[in-house]
Design a protein around this ligand. Sequence first.
Ligand code: PLP
Length: 405
Amino acid sequence: MYNISKIREDFPILSRTVYGKPLVYLDNGATTQKPRCVVESITDEYYSVNANVHRGVHFLSQQATNLHEASRETVRKFINARGTNEIVFTRGTTESINLVVSTFADSQMQAGDEVIVSVMEHHSNIVSWQLQAARKGIVLKVIPMNDRGELLLDEYEKLFSPRTRIVSVTHVSNVLGTINPVDKLIEIAHAHNVPVLIDGAQSIPHLPVDVQALDADFYVFSGHKVYGPTGIGVLYGKEDWLDRLPPYQGGGEMIKNVSFEKTTFNELPFKFEAGTPDYIGSTALAKALDYVSAIGMENIEAYEHELTEYAMQHLKEIPGMRIFGEAERKSSVISFLVGNIHHFDMGTLLDRLGIAVRTGHHCAEPLMHRLGIEGTVRASFALYNTKEEIDVLAAGIERVARMFL
Ligand code: PLP
């Protein structure tokens, strides 16, 4: 049973007001709110355990290390990786992507080699490749989409050449909500002997993910989008690939021995974790993953699917409504514009009604170019949103629209 009132009680912020109105928080694509257990984990660990991990002989250090490494196991289990050595803690999706892009380009790519991305990527999965393209002469090829916001698989296949070295695509679009058929994308890439990096920033909070079933070579996500704290994220990489890539940053923890003549590097995953890790964050992230696991990712997916269907149906009834992203498989993100109302005006006026949505290009400017617009209003739902909140959103949009008539 999906007990929505109990779930909402776990998130104290949801009962606050904004401008005297009950908060309707629909900006979950940007970041999610935190359940009590996550916030308490942070204070509890600082109050009672805090000590630097891995290098200490004393009790607290060992306790903090145990918590940190237990969190790695929680992440492993959550995405079904083979081993904890395949789980690297980073600062978030952006850092995970940059880690792979930079080390992969350095060790596996030459001038003229190609990376395939999609038209619906977040800037973090475009600009990081462009930095390498400028530095090394790497070429970006782009998978196009149809007007519903679905990637064109036939066109994707045609992009492969003997110079294709990697495919780097998002699992779920942060603008359109499209759930890309990453299993097929991976299968096709592997048929060409090409590895695949999946940006899971918008999928991990909404769908069950099994990296072995997908056969993803790299899978990345952020803690803060899945009810965890900011400043921590994950890079999953197949052991074989992580072994082949060089270290990303130099520092403590990532080395075995250091001399001025020669330095040897630590084993996985520590080779990629230079410096003091966010061990407080990793414990809190594990708490967040335990929290969603207890509800059940399948249950969350089904509940959010119902919310999204309900919202699509009601928003479409609003005169002048244009929705961007009507893929067959769609996650809980709805981007829209109404008549000629600027997205910024709509967002600002909804805010005065207590409704938090995001406006702008959503760090996906190439996608905006493809859609022929500058930006959208985006409502993105999480496990704690309700149909009543969607009614408030629909009424709010209609009210704003009437002001512009
Ligand atoms: N990729 C996608 C699809 C996203 O939606 C986001 C954030 O909105 C990111 C990457 C970047 O995530 P972060 O800012 O947590 O590194």
